[in-house]
Design a protein around this ligand. Structure first.
Ligand SMILES: O=c1[nH]c(=O)n([C@H]2C[C@H](O)[C@@H](COP(=O)(O)O)O2)cc1CO
Length: 136
């Protein structure tokens, strides 16, 4: 499957190594369109070599091409919220991973019936087990 992995960039990069671990696992079985999100050298400035319009248009093209969106939502991100709403509009299936012990997922996501695969997890190993079970 082609997977659009969504996670925080300008919202903050504290979980960048976690994103990398999730992407590395998905890549063993699927194609990840947004590999850059796990890049440890990508800071909260974002992809400054591109214009914001180029980032947005490229990502929407990838979102339209994706079979599935996988989002790690613990670190709040406006961009991820936008991508999730877009996925809902174009009816792309979504899987959400969130660490409830860190914060509560936005009601605007948790309260949307379309998002019916929301998994709370604690450790990286838990998250990897969810991905391996749900996206074999
Ligand atoms: O440089 C970027 N590259 C990029 O692909 N994005 C996309 C992919 C991420 O899933 C999402 C992150 O949004 P934000 O930067 O608001 O946290 O937006 C966002 C930025 C910067 O906003």
């Amino acid at each position: 499957m082609k997977i659009y992995f969504a996670a925080s960039i300008r919202g903050g990069r504290n979980d960048a190594s976690l994103y990398q671990a999730l992407i590395d696992d998905l890549k063993t079985r699927h194609t990840v369109l947004t590999e850059h999100i796990g890049n440890p050298n990508l800071t909260a400035d974002g992809q400054i070599q591109l214009t914001d319009q180029a980032i947005r248009d490229r990502d929407i093209d990838w979102l339209k091409a994706a079979d599935m969106v996988v989002a790690e939502t613990t670190n709040p991100s406006l961009g991820v919220g936008y991508e999730l709403a877009y996925a809902e509009k174009i009816k792309t299936p979504v899987l959400i991973l969130h660490r409830d012990q860190v914060n509560h997922l936005s009601a605007m996501i948790n309260g949307t019936g379309y998002f019916d695969k929301i998994f709370s997890y604690q450790t990286v190993a838990d998250a990897l087990a969810i991905l391996q079970r749900e996206l074999p």
